[in-house]
Design a binder for this molecule. Structure first.
Ligand code: F6R
Length: 602
């Protein structure tokens, strides 16, 4: 969701900014822009649509060694060239890009800017106009910026240019991600290290309510009260090649096919020298001490949480609830006496989850984040972090992060169970089982042509599709439906097999596709009964079952794996089916409409 880049150095900035914005495309956006500054003043180029559209309007002949850029995901005001960033103050002295939402922008307009003619519908324009107002009243630019920041309520990552000073970019952050990258004779600004890996791997984290003065040779961080802050840089542990598509046509299929390697990497990362799975004992202690675990997440991560609940309850014997972050934040249930909160988030930046984290920390509860992004907001702010080690996930539709989340939750459940000598009906040797799973995933990747054919046979012309499953398969069908709808725009629903007949079965017509997952022995017969119910009403039924449970007529049989870990396998055909359905319908698989990778607004 919205991305920011900035460059101040000696080279021409345009290409660095545009390449940086291309690397942020995965976050989701509907317009983009850059502003560059040289002795002739500021030039702003902005356009609705893709970075490729922006490239077409950028004047190649303008050379400037300072610039800022932005991808916008509309919140206040429609996607349009006018609402696209950068935004400028009335005299065009100040030019600004902003990621986040200024909650009090209407009050600020009324209280300070009633005489200003605004050009856009955005909340952002208020910021740049306030800076100009305070400078006109006699403050230095730094003082005016600081005063403005103190007035803002909400979330922001900001980069600001002053036409009168080509040697500085003013930067600030609150709740929205922002990093400053360091180079020799240049410095950069980015929402995400990926955007600037092209020029540096060395970054400095910026904390909430900090203001940064970035010049070619220096980066100076201040609190909003003007105190200097010293902070050591870190080296981003991402390889530029990790974020390239390589020979794959889309990131999504690359990431689907990285899953066996990710599972193997997770085993390796969580194994000690004796070959045993291990997790920081302070985390295990926190899990053991909890009388109930509350998993908080959104979207695909929530679906991984549904599987995590089964693992934590069945293997580690700890009662576990799973909640959608955006609901929990506003409607908290009655909590147990000693809860532990687990936040599952690929990006570690989801605003809905963060809002819950802030609230439960205020209440004094322990928090653990399971994330793919070290140093992300949720990771920094929780008491503990477990990493997914899945490598950057660029496609908007999450695939490898989902399976990595389940694998890490399985390890957490097993290590907790072993360390408190829990004996349940489910003894798991997770490292061994994950090895089997990686192998099975390889087999599924080799069978992708079959899944392409399923997509053609069932989804080529339909406007809707149902996925049904029971028990653990019910968790997976919810994820399968989300994958399909978000990238192919087919209306899809994941249902508990037994629930259809309580109303939804009314929607089944001749030819309605119903995809059935059956990997759980105790419900194999009952889900097949549900499949018969829809078949009798004309549905086009496709059954994906597991070896050992298969029956005549099943469309695909996945390899056999441990019954508690089947979601790791059964989801793979569903990811492929969604991918091919979207592809055949001519959809933009990696960048589906209206969606953002990192959802940084509540
Ligand atoms: C769907 C998808 C989203 C995310 C959700 C939470 O494919 O990617 O549903 O899972 O926005 O994001 P994270 O996991 O970054 O908190």
């Amino acid at each position: 969701m919205c991305g920011i880049v900035g460059y101040i150095g000696t080279n021409d900035s345009k290409e660095i900014l545009l390449k940086g914005l291309e690397k942020l495309e995965y976050r989701g956006y509907d317009s983009a822009g850059i502003a560059v500054l040289n002795e002739d003043g500021v030039k702003v180029f902005k356009e609705k649509g893709r970075i490729a559209d922006l490239r077409n309007i950028v004047d190649e002949s303008v050379l400037a060694s300072v610039g800022i850029g932005h991808t916008r995901w509309a919140t206040h005001g429609i996607p349009s060239t006018t609402n696209a960033h950068p935004h400028q103050s009335t005299t065009e002295r100040f030019t600004l890009v902003h990621n986040g939402v200024i909650e009090n922008y209407e009050h600020l307009k009324e209280d300070y800017l009633s005489d200003v003619a605004f050009r856009s519908e955005t909340d952002t324009e208020v910021i740049v106009q306030l800076v100009e107002k305070f400078v006109n009243e006699g403050l230095s630019v730094q003082e005016a910026f600081q005063k403005t920041l103190k007035l803002l309520e909400g979330s922001y990552a900001i980069a600001l240019l002053d036409r009168e000073d080509k040697d500085v970019i003013y930067v600030a952050k609150n709740k929205s991600p922002l990093l400053v990258g360091l180079g020799e004779g240049f410095n950069v600004v980015a929402s995400d290290a990926m955007a600037m890996l092209q020029v540096t791997k060395q970054f400095v984290e910026i904390m909430d309510k900090e203001m940064v003065i970035v010049t070619r040779d220096e980066v100076t961080i201040y609190t909003l009260d003007g105190e200097k802050v010293e902070r050591k840089p870190f080296i981003a542990q991402i390889d530029a090649s990790d974020i390239e598509k390589g020979t794959y046509p889309h990131y999504m299929i690359k990431e689907i096919e990285e899953q066996p390697a990710v599972i193997r990497k997770i085993i390796q990362e969580y194994r000690n020298d004796n070959g045993e799975l291990t997790i920081d004992p302070t985390i295990i202690e926190a899990v053991q001490e909890a009388d109930r675990i509350y998993i908080i997440a959104a979207g695909t991560s929530y679906h991984a949480g549904l599987v995590g609940k089964e693992l934590l309850e069945k293997v580690a014997n700890i009662p576990t609830e799973v909640h959608v972050a955006s609901e929990f934040g506003y409607n908290m249930p009655l909590l147990s006496k000693k809860p532990l909160f687990i936040f599952i988030s690929q990006s570690g930046e989801t605003a809905d989850s963060r809002a819950v984290l802030v609230r439960v920390k205020e209440l004094g509860y322990k928090t653990l984040t399971i994330t793919n992004v070290p140093g992300s907001t949720l990771s920094r702010e929780a008491d503990y972090t477990l990493l997914l080690h899945a490598g950057p996930e660029i496609a908007v539709a999450s695939t490898k992060a989902y399976t990595a989340q389940i694998a890490v939750l399985a390890i957490l459940a097993e290590v907790t169970a072993k360390s408190k000598d829990v004996v349940t009906d489910y003894q798991l040797d997770v490292a061994h089982e994950l090895g089997i799973i990686a192998q099975a995933m390889d087999e599924l990747c080799d069978a992708k042509d079959e899944f392409e054919q399923i997509a053609r046979d069932y989804l080529a012309f339909t406007r809707n599709c149902f996925f049904i499953g029971r028990a653990l398969d019910y968790a997976v069908v919810q994820e399968a439906a989300l994958k399909l709808k978000e990238i192919s725009y087919i209306q899809a629903e994941g249902f508990a097999g037994g629930e259809l007949k309580h109303g939804t079965i009314a929607l089944i017509e001749d030819g309605t596709p119903v995809i059935v997952i059956s990997t759980q022995k105790n419900v194999n017969l009952s889900i097949r009964g549900n499949a018969k119910e829809v078949l009798a009403r004309g549905a086009n039924v496709c059954i994906v079952s597991m070896k050992g449970l298969e029956m005549n007529g099943d469309r695909y049989v996945i390899p056999e794996v441990h019954e508690l870990l089947t979601p790791l396998i059964s989801v793979v055909p569903m990811q492929y089916i969604a991918y091919y359905a979207a592809l055949h319908r001519g959809c933009d698989v990696d960048k589906p409409r209206n969606l953002a990778k990192s959802v940084t607004v509540e």
